[in-house]
Design a protein around this ligand. Structure first.
Ligand SMILES: [Zn+2]
Ligand SMILES: [Zn+2]
Length: 281
């Protein structure tokens, strides 16, 4: 079984990858093209989308949010914008695309409520699923999400957990158990130099690896992991950002992966449908 996910950001967030988008395009347009490919292979997807995308780009995003095969999840309202310069003064290399804290309990709760409010207002559907931008979380995050109605979270990086589990706060967590794309791919600003520096200050303490790969190699690893989890009767949760996939090789590898998933004849589920795998052995 497969839960395919992608994260989407508003243009004004100006994350590092967005600077590599060819002139005349933007992340939402790229996302639309990704969605066309998914439809070609009859696959469904959960798109964790920042609240500001709804606020600032609803006209262009509407068709994606309302597509039959799309579920919208929360990705924070603001996207934790950086407060400092986007270039690291010491090295001249781009700095991380997001802040590393949600601020106080109240700040975070306000952001969560704004995210939920705008998504529900625009789509008319209850927001149930969540992944924080940058996977940033603290001891308050899950509590805040739960009391505000979120029930599913996918922010753990763990290749050993092949089934969802209940967290202490009451959420259903389905870890990303397949090599995620952005932080393990050479693309956009993630040059050899950038990757080496990131490995020294690796922020994802729980990630099974801090290596990065060329897109071909990444795609082969991902396909093998998906197949192995599916054969064990698990749920493979995959993160493939539309933007990273497009910038890395114009969706060539993404399409190979979609074609591969379609060939497995396995079931695809949205994040909000992962409860059925709870407690399976
Ligand atoms: Zn993100
Ligand atoms: Zn990326």
């Amino acid at each position: 079984m497969i839960c395919l996910t992608g994260d989407i950001h508003h243009d004004s967030l100006k994350i590092n990858d967005q600077r590599f988008i060819p002139d005349g395009m933007n992340e939402i347009e790229i996302c639309g093209k990704y969605l066309e490919l998914l439809k070609k292979y009859n696959l469904k997807v959960t798109f964790y989308t920042t609240g500001m995308t709804f606020q600032e780009q609803w006209e262009e995003f509407k068709a994606i949010a309302e597509a039959d095969n799309v579920e919208i999840g929360g990705h924070t309202f603001s996207g934790l914008p950086r407060k400092t310069e986007s270039t690291d003064a010491a090295t001249g290399l781009p700095s991380c695309s997001h802040a590393h804290s949600h601020g106080t309990y109240e700040d975070q709760e306000q952001d969560v409520q704004k995210m939920i409010g705008i998504a529900e207002e625009k789509t008319g559907k209850k927001l149930l699923t969540w992944r924080s931008h940058g996977l940033v979380k603290d001891e308050n995050t899950e509590k805040i999400l739960f009391v505000n109605g979120i029930r599913f979270i996918s922010d753990e990086l763990n290749w050993n957990k092949i089934l969802p589990e209940k967290t202490e706060a009451g959420l259903i967590s389905h870890p990303m158990n397949v090599l995620m794309d952005h932080d393990h791919l050479f693309h956009a600003h993630r040059t050899c130099e950038y990757v080496e520096r990131q490995r020294k200050n690796w922020p994802f303490k729980d990630a099974p690896t801090n290596r990065s790969f060329e897109i071909d190699k990444w795609g082969r690893i991902v396909r093998a992991q998906i197949q192995a989890i599916d054969e064990m009767g698990g749920l493979a949760t995959i993160l493939m950002h539309p933007l990273c996939m497009y910038l890395a090789d114009g969706f060539k590898t993404a399409e190979k992966i979609f074609e591969f998933i379609a060939s497995l004849k396995t079931k695809c589920v949205w994040a909000s449908e992962t409860e059925e795998f709870l407690g399976k052995k």
